[in-house]
Design a binder for this molecule. Structure first.
Ligand code: PLP
Length: 386
Protein backbone atom coordinates (compact mmCIF):
# COMPACT_ATOMS: atom_id res chain seq x y z
CA UNK A 1 0.00 0.00 0.00
CA UNK A 2 1.29 3.45 -0.82
CA UNK A 3 2.41 5.36 2.25
CA UNK A 4 0.81 8.84 2.26
CA UNK A 5 1.82 9.87 5.78
CA UNK A 6 3.24 13.40 5.94
CA UNK A 7 6.52 12.27 7.52
CA UNK A 8 7.19 9.37 5.21
CA UNK A 9 10.76 9.12 3.90
CA UNK A 10 10.81 10.41 0.33
CA UNK A 11 11.31 7.65 -2.23
CA UNK A 12 14.69 7.06 -3.84
CA UNK A 13 13.45 8.75 -7.01
CA UNK A 14 12.60 11.91 -5.07
CA UNK A 15 15.88 11.78 -3.13
CA UNK A 16 17.76 11.56 -6.44
CA UNK A 17 15.79 14.35 -8.18
CA UNK A 18 16.32 16.68 -5.20
CA UNK A 19 19.93 15.57 -4.54
CA UNK A 20 18.93 14.83 -0.92
CA UNK A 21 17.58 18.39 -0.57
CA UNK A 22 20.96 19.78 0.39
CA UNK A 23 19.81 23.40 0.80
CA UNK A 24 22.77 25.72 1.38
CA UNK A 25 22.37 27.04 4.96
CA UNK A 26 23.80 30.46 4.11
CA UNK A 27 22.17 31.26 0.77
CA UNK A 28 19.22 28.88 0.50
CA UNK A 29 20.55 27.62 -2.84
CA UNK A 30 18.65 24.49 -3.83
CA UNK A 31 21.61 23.17 -5.81
CA UNK A 32 24.58 21.89 -3.80
CA UNK A 33 27.67 24.03 -4.32
CA UNK A 34 31.16 23.00 -5.30
CA UNK A 35 34.14 23.24 -2.93
CA UNK A 36 37.38 23.15 -4.90
CA UNK A 37 39.77 23.77 -1.95
CA UNK A 38 42.59 21.25 -1.52
CA UNK A 39 43.38 22.32 2.04
CA UNK A 40 41.34 23.34 5.07
CA UNK A 41 42.39 25.76 7.84
CA UNK A 42 42.44 24.52 11.43
CA UNK A 43 40.77 26.33 14.34
CA UNK A 44 42.32 28.28 17.25
CA UNK A 45 43.11 25.00 19.05
CA UNK A 46 44.81 23.71 15.88
CA UNK A 47 42.04 21.14 15.39
CA UNK A 48 40.30 20.53 12.05
CA UNK A 49 37.12 22.66 11.99
CA UNK A 50 35.08 19.84 10.53
CA UNK A 51 36.44 16.55 9.26
CA UNK A 52 38.33 18.11 6.36
CA UNK A 53 42.12 18.40 6.20
CA UNK A 54 43.33 17.76 2.65
CA UNK A 55 41.46 17.00 -0.58
CA UNK A 56 43.13 13.65 -1.25
CA UNK A 57 41.03 12.31 1.67
CA UNK A 58 37.91 13.67 -0.05
CA UNK A 59 36.16 16.95 0.70
CA UNK A 60 32.70 18.45 1.09
CA UNK A 61 31.64 18.05 -2.58
CA UNK A 62 32.92 14.47 -2.72
CA UNK A 63 31.09 13.68 0.51
CA UNK A 64 27.83 15.10 -0.83
CA UNK A 65 28.04 12.92 -3.93
CA UNK A 66 28.89 9.90 -1.76
CA UNK A 67 25.93 10.59 0.56
CA UNK A 68 23.58 10.76 -2.42
CA UNK A 69 24.77 7.43 -3.85
CA UNK A 70 24.76 5.78 -0.39
CA UNK A 71 21.14 6.85 -0.02
CA UNK A 72 20.16 5.34 -3.39
CA UNK A 73 22.06 2.09 -2.66
CA UNK A 74 20.83 1.89 0.98
CA UNK A 75 24.54 1.59 1.81
CA UNK A 76 26.22 2.28 5.11
CA UNK A 77 29.00 4.13 3.29
CA UNK A 78 30.09 4.99 -0.24
CA UNK A 79 33.49 5.93 -1.66
CA UNK A 80 34.07 7.73 -4.95
CA UNK A 81 37.18 7.28 -7.08
CA UNK A 82 38.62 9.01 -10.14
CA UNK A 83 37.36 6.24 -12.45
CA UNK A 84 35.73 2.84 -12.33
CA UNK A 85 39.14 1.23 -12.84
CA UNK A 86 40.63 3.25 -9.95
CA UNK A 87 37.86 1.87 -7.73
CA UNK A 88 38.38 -1.70 -8.94
CA UNK A 89 42.15 -1.52 -8.49
CA UNK A 90 41.69 -0.16 -4.95
CA UNK A 91 39.30 -2.95 -3.96
CA UNK A 92 41.60 -5.63 -5.42
CA UNK A 93 44.48 -4.03 -3.49
CA UNK A 94 42.69 -4.93 -0.23
CA UNK A 95 42.78 -8.66 -1.09
CA UNK A 96 45.53 -10.32 1.01
CA UNK A 97 48.66 -11.35 -0.93
CA UNK A 98 48.34 -14.83 -2.43
CA UNK A 99 44.59 -15.08 -1.76
CA UNK A 100 42.10 -16.50 -4.24
CA UNK A 101 39.69 -14.40 -6.31
CA UNK A 102 36.81 -15.63 -8.47
CA UNK A 103 35.69 -13.54 -11.45
CA UNK A 104 33.64 -13.97 -14.65
CA UNK A 105 35.33 -15.25 -17.78
CA UNK A 106 33.63 -12.49 -19.76
CA UNK A 107 33.66 -9.21 -17.88
CA UNK A 108 34.74 -5.62 -18.41
CA UNK A 109 38.09 -6.05 -20.21
CA UNK A 110 39.98 -3.51 -18.07
CA UNK A 111 39.05 -5.34 -14.88
CA UNK A 112 39.89 -8.67 -16.48
CA UNK A 113 43.30 -7.38 -17.60
CA UNK A 114 44.02 -6.11 -14.09
CA UNK A 115 43.17 -9.46 -12.48
CA UNK A 116 45.31 -11.35 -15.00
CA UNK A 117 48.17 -8.94 -14.32
CA UNK A 118 47.89 -9.54 -10.55
CA UNK A 119 47.95 -13.26 -11.19
CA UNK A 120 50.98 -13.01 -13.49
CA UNK A 121 52.84 -10.99 -10.86
CA UNK A 122 52.13 -13.75 -8.33
CA UNK A 123 50.06 -11.47 -6.10
CA UNK A 124 46.76 -13.35 -6.40
CA UNK A 125 45.29 -16.57 -7.69
CA UNK A 126 42.27 -16.07 -9.93
CA UNK A 127 39.68 -18.59 -11.13
CA UNK A 128 37.30 -17.56 -13.88
CA UNK A 129 33.73 -18.83 -13.97
CA UNK A 130 31.44 -19.15 -16.96
CA UNK A 131 28.99 -16.32 -16.35
CA UNK A 132 26.45 -17.98 -18.65
CA UNK A 133 26.32 -21.14 -16.48
CA UNK A 134 24.37 -20.51 -13.24
CA UNK A 135 26.22 -23.29 -11.36
CA UNK A 136 29.81 -22.54 -12.36
CA UNK A 137 30.41 -19.67 -9.93
CA UNK A 138 29.89 -21.89 -6.88
CA UNK A 139 32.18 -24.55 -8.43
CA UNK A 140 35.09 -22.10 -8.71
CA UNK A 141 34.92 -20.95 -5.09
CA UNK A 142 37.48 -22.54 -2.74
CA UNK A 143 36.10 -22.51 0.82
CA UNK A 144 38.60 -20.92 3.18
CA UNK A 145 40.88 -19.74 0.34
CA UNK A 146 38.59 -17.53 -1.73
CA UNK A 147 38.67 -14.00 -0.40
CA UNK A 148 36.65 -12.11 -3.01
CA UNK A 149 34.05 -13.05 -5.60
CA UNK A 150 33.60 -10.48 -8.36
CA UNK A 151 30.50 -10.57 -10.50
CA UNK A 152 29.24 -8.25 -13.22
CA UNK A 153 25.54 -8.16 -14.08
CA UNK A 154 24.37 -7.80 -16.75
CA UNK A 155 27.77 -8.80 -18.19
CA UNK A 156 29.43 -6.71 -20.83
CA UNK A 157 28.99 -7.33 -23.79
CA UNK A 158 26.75 -10.46 -23.86
CA UNK A 159 24.41 -9.18 -21.13
CA UNK A 160 24.36 -12.53 -19.36
CA UNK A 161 22.62 -12.10 -16.03
CA UNK A 162 24.12 -13.32 -12.75
CA UNK A 163 21.83 -14.01 -9.80
CA UNK A 164 23.21 -11.66 -7.14
CA UNK A 165 21.41 -13.34 -4.24
CA UNK A 166 22.69 -16.81 -5.21
CA UNK A 167 26.22 -15.46 -5.72
CA UNK A 168 26.14 -13.83 -2.28
CA UNK A 169 25.00 -17.08 -0.65
CA UNK A 170 27.76 -19.06 -2.38
CA UNK A 171 30.43 -16.50 -1.46
CA UNK A 172 29.34 -16.16 2.16
CA UNK A 173 29.07 -19.93 2.69
CA UNK A 174 32.78 -20.13 1.79
CA UNK A 175 33.81 -17.16 3.94
CA UNK A 176 34.33 -14.86 0.93
CA UNK A 177 32.98 -11.39 0.13
CA UNK A 178 30.92 -10.52 -2.92
CA UNK A 179 31.49 -7.44 -5.08
CA UNK A 180 28.85 -6.78 -7.76
CA UNK A 181 29.73 -4.59 -10.75
CA UNK A 182 26.28 -3.23 -11.56
CA UNK A 183 27.47 -0.54 -13.99
CA UNK A 184 24.77 -1.57 -16.50
CA UNK A 185 22.15 -1.83 -13.74
CA UNK A 186 22.33 1.33 -11.60
CA UNK A 187 20.53 1.54 -8.23
CA UNK A 188 17.30 2.78 -9.85
CA UNK A 189 16.87 -0.79 -11.11
CA UNK A 190 19.15 -3.04 -8.99
CA UNK A 191 20.29 -2.57 -5.40
CA UNK A 192 23.00 -5.18 -5.03
CA UNK A 193 23.48 -4.66 -1.29
CA UNK A 194 19.83 -5.49 -0.60
CA UNK A 195 20.36 -8.72 -2.53
CA UNK A 196 23.27 -9.70 -0.30
CA UNK A 197 26.37 -8.26 -2.01
CA UNK A 198 29.00 -6.82 0.34
CA UNK A 199 30.07 -4.21 -2.21
CA UNK A 200 28.06 -2.51 -4.94
CA UNK A 201 30.41 -1.25 -7.67
CA UNK A 202 29.70 1.08 -10.59
CA UNK A 203 31.66 2.86 -13.23
CA UNK A 204 29.87 6.16 -12.52
CA UNK A 205 31.26 7.31 -15.87
CA UNK A 206 28.26 5.46 -17.32
CA UNK A 207 24.63 5.66 -16.11
CA UNK A 208 25.21 7.54 -12.85
CA UNK A 209 26.94 10.44 -14.63
CA UNK A 210 24.84 9.82 -17.69
CA UNK A 211 26.16 12.55 -20.01
CA UNK A 212 29.53 11.18 -21.18
CA UNK A 213 31.32 14.13 -19.58
CA UNK A 214 32.99 12.77 -16.43
CA UNK A 215 34.93 9.72 -15.27
CA UNK A 216 34.21 8.29 -11.83
CA UNK A 217 34.03 4.98 -10.00
CA UNK A 218 32.07 4.12 -6.89
CA UNK A 219 31.97 1.39 -4.28
CA UNK A 220 29.27 1.21 -1.60
CA UNK A 221 29.27 -1.19 1.35
CA UNK A 222 26.55 -2.96 3.26
CA UNK A 223 28.49 -2.61 6.53
CA UNK A 224 31.55 -0.65 7.54
CA UNK A 225 34.29 -2.92 8.90
CA UNK A 226 38.09 -3.08 9.07
CA UNK A 227 38.28 -4.08 5.40
CA UNK A 228 36.28 -1.00 4.42
CA UNK A 229 38.60 1.20 6.48
CA UNK A 230 41.47 -0.38 4.56
CA UNK A 231 39.80 0.66 1.30
CA UNK A 232 39.55 4.24 2.61
CA UNK A 233 43.30 4.10 3.35
CA UNK A 234 44.11 2.69 -0.10
CA UNK A 235 42.15 5.48 -1.79
CA UNK A 236 44.04 8.05 0.23
CA UNK A 237 47.52 6.55 -0.23
CA UNK A 238 47.06 5.84 -3.93
CA UNK A 239 45.58 9.28 -4.56
CA UNK A 240 42.68 7.86 -6.53
CA UNK A 241 39.89 10.03 -5.11
CA UNK A 242 37.45 11.74 -7.48
CA UNK A 243 38.04 15.48 -8.07
CA UNK A 244 35.55 18.00 -6.65
CA UNK A 245 34.35 19.20 -10.05
CA UNK A 246 33.66 15.64 -11.23
CA UNK A 247 31.81 14.90 -7.97
CA UNK A 248 29.69 17.99 -8.52
CA UNK A 249 28.92 17.00 -12.12
CA UNK A 250 28.03 13.54 -10.88
CA UNK A 251 25.45 14.95 -8.45
CA UNK A 252 23.99 16.92 -11.36
CA UNK A 253 23.80 13.78 -13.48
CA UNK A 254 22.22 11.61 -10.77
CA UNK A 255 19.31 14.05 -10.40
CA UNK A 256 17.92 12.78 -13.73
CA UNK A 257 19.01 9.14 -13.34
CA UNK A 258 15.51 7.72 -12.97
CA UNK A 259 13.97 9.43 -16.02
CA UNK A 260 17.04 8.77 -18.17
CA UNK A 261 17.12 5.11 -17.25
CA UNK A 262 13.39 4.66 -17.79
CA UNK A 263 13.55 6.23 -21.25
CA UNK A 264 16.67 4.26 -22.25
CA UNK A 265 15.04 1.02 -21.06
CA UNK A 266 11.85 1.73 -22.99
CA UNK A 267 13.82 2.60 -26.14
CA UNK A 268 16.06 -0.46 -25.84
CA UNK A 269 13.11 -2.83 -25.45
CA UNK A 270 11.38 -1.36 -28.53
CA UNK A 271 14.65 -1.53 -30.49
CA UNK A 272 15.35 -5.13 -29.38
CA UNK A 273 11.82 -6.26 -30.28
CA UNK A 274 12.11 -4.62 -33.72
CA UNK A 275 15.38 -6.37 -34.62
CA UNK A 276 14.74 -9.69 -32.85
CA UNK A 277 13.12 -11.22 -35.94
CA UNK A 278 15.03 -9.18 -38.55
CA UNK A 279 16.41 -11.25 -41.47
CA UNK A 280 19.85 -9.54 -41.33
CA UNK A 281 20.24 -10.10 -37.58
CA UNK A 282 21.18 -13.48 -36.17
CA UNK A 283 20.49 -12.61 -32.54
CA UNK A 284 19.63 -9.71 -30.25
CA UNK A 285 21.18 -10.10 -26.80
CA UNK A 286 19.03 -8.14 -24.33
CA UNK A 287 17.92 -9.29 -20.86
CA UNK A 288 14.55 -7.61 -21.39
CA UNK A 289 13.61 -10.07 -24.13
CA UNK A 290 11.72 -13.21 -23.08
CA UNK A 291 14.11 -15.15 -25.36
CA UNK A 292 17.16 -14.13 -23.28
CA UNK A 293 18.40 -16.97 -21.01
CA UNK A 294 18.75 -14.57 -18.06
CA UNK A 295 15.33 -12.98 -18.47
CA UNK A 296 13.71 -14.55 -15.37
CA UNK A 297 16.52 -13.46 -13.05
CA UNK A 298 16.66 -10.05 -14.74
CA UNK A 299 12.93 -9.59 -14.07
CA UNK A 300 13.51 -10.37 -10.41
CA UNK A 301 16.58 -8.18 -9.84
CA UNK A 302 16.17 -5.35 -12.39
CA UNK A 303 12.97 -3.92 -11.02
CA UNK A 304 13.24 -0.47 -12.64
CA UNK A 305 13.87 -1.55 -16.25
CA UNK A 306 16.38 -3.65 -18.19
CA UNK A 307 18.48 -0.68 -19.24
CA UNK A 308 19.80 0.53 -22.56
CA UNK A 309 22.55 -2.02 -23.19
CA UNK A 310 22.12 -4.64 -25.87
CA UNK A 311 24.18 -6.39 -28.52
CA UNK A 312 23.35 -7.44 -32.07
CA UNK A 313 24.93 -10.39 -33.84
CA UNK A 314 24.68 -9.55 -37.52
CA UNK A 315 24.66 -12.12 -40.30
CA UNK A 316 27.80 -12.15 -42.46
CA UNK A 317 31.44 -11.36 -41.74
CA UNK A 318 33.30 -9.34 -39.13
CA UNK A 319 33.86 -6.70 -41.83
CA UNK A 320 30.15 -6.42 -42.35
CA UNK A 321 29.64 -5.85 -38.63
CA UNK A 322 32.26 -3.09 -38.75
CA UNK A 323 30.54 -1.60 -41.80
CA UNK A 324 27.24 -1.43 -39.93
CA UNK A 325 28.96 0.50 -37.13
CA UNK A 326 30.61 2.84 -39.69
CA UNK A 327 27.44 3.45 -41.68
CA UNK A 328 25.28 4.51 -38.72
CA UNK A 329 24.64 8.25 -38.74
CA UNK A 330 22.45 8.63 -35.62
CA UNK A 331 24.42 6.27 -33.33
CA UNK A 332 27.87 7.65 -32.51
CA UNK A 333 30.61 5.13 -33.40
CA UNK A 334 32.23 5.29 -29.96
CA UNK A 335 32.96 3.22 -26.87
CA UNK A 336 31.43 3.63 -23.39
CA UNK A 337 27.79 3.37 -22.34
CA UNK A 338 24.99 4.81 -20.26
CA UNK A 339 24.92 8.33 -21.72
CA UNK A 340 21.92 10.20 -23.09
CA UNK A 341 23.23 9.71 -26.65
CA UNK A 342 23.23 6.31 -28.36
CA UNK A 343 26.55 4.64 -29.17
CA UNK A 344 27.55 1.70 -31.33
CA UNK A 345 30.81 -0.20 -31.28
CA UNK A 346 32.46 -3.23 -32.78
CA UNK A 347 33.52 -4.63 -29.44
CA UNK A 348 36.24 -7.00 -30.62
CA UNK A 349 38.08 -4.20 -32.43
CA UNK A 350 38.02 -2.15 -29.21
CA UNK A 351 39.17 -4.98 -26.91
CA UNK A 352 42.01 -6.14 -29.16
CA UNK A 353 43.29 -9.52 -30.38
CA UNK A 354 42.99 -11.31 -27.00
CA UNK A 355 39.29 -10.55 -26.80
CA UNK A 356 36.94 -13.53 -26.61
CA UNK A 357 34.01 -11.46 -27.93
CA UNK A 358 32.55 -12.77 -31.24
CA UNK A 359 33.68 -10.63 -34.19
CA UNK A 360 30.15 -10.19 -35.55
CA UNK A 361 28.94 -8.64 -32.31
CA UNK A 362 27.93 -4.99 -32.21
CA UNK A 363 27.42 -3.46 -28.79
CA UNK A 364 24.82 -0.73 -28.56
CA UNK A 365 24.21 1.74 -25.77
CA UNK A 366 20.70 2.98 -26.38
CA UNK A 367 20.16 6.54 -25.21
CA UNK A 368 17.11 8.70 -24.68
CA UNK A 369 16.53 9.89 -28.26
CA UNK A 370 13.39 9.17 -30.30
CA UNK A 371 13.68 5.40 -30.82
CA UNK A 372 12.20 5.71 -34.34
CA UNK A 373 15.41 7.52 -35.38
CA UNK A 374 17.56 4.76 -33.90
CA UNK A 375 15.60 1.98 -35.60
CA UNK A 376 15.68 3.81 -38.96
CA UNK A 377 19.44 4.36 -38.61
CA UNK A 378 20.13 0.67 -37.98
CA UNK A 379 17.83 -0.34 -40.86
CA UNK A 380 19.73 1.83 -43.34
CA UNK A 381 23.14 0.68 -42.04
CA UNK A 382 22.13 -2.99 -42.39
CA UNK A 383 20.80 -2.29 -45.92
CA UNK A 384 23.89 -0.44 -47.01
CA UNK A 385 26.27 -3.08 -45.66
CA UNK A 386 24.39 -6.04 -47.20
C1 PLP B 1 33.41 1.26 -17.98
C2 PLP B 1 33.33 0.09 -17.07
C3 PLP B 1 34.26 -0.10 -16.05
C4 PLP B 1 35.46 0.80 -15.87
O1 PLP B 1 35.07 2.12 -15.54
P1 PLP B 1 35.90 3.43 -15.98
O2 PLP B 1 35.09 4.52 -15.37
O3 PLP B 1 35.95 3.46 -17.47
O4 PLP B 1 37.26 3.31 -15.40
C5 PLP B 1 34.09 -1.19 -15.20
N1 PLP B 1 33.07 -2.05 -15.36
C6 PLP B 1 32.17 -1.90 -16.35
C7 PLP B 1 31.05 -2.87 -16.47
C8 PLP B 1 32.26 -0.83 -17.24
O5 PLP B 1 31.38 -0.70 -18.23
Amino acid sequence: MTDHRPNRRPSAETRAAQALRMIDPQTGAVVPGIEPATTFARDADYEPRQSYIYARDGGPTVERAQALIASLEEAEETLLFASGMAALVALIETVPAGAHVVAPRIMYHGGLNWLVRQQEKGRLRVSFFDQADPDDLARQIEPGATDLVWIETPTNPNWDVTDIRAAAEAAHAAGARLAADCTAAPPCTTRALDLGADYAFHSATKYLGGHSDLTAGVISCRAVDARWEELVTVRNLSGSVIAAFEAWLLIRGIRTLYVRFRQASENALAFARHFEAHPEVEAVLYPGLESHPGHAIARAQMTGGFGGMLSLMVHGSADRAKDVARFCTCFFPATSLGGVESLIEHRKAVEGPNSVVPDRLLRLSIGIEDVADLIADMEQALDRSA
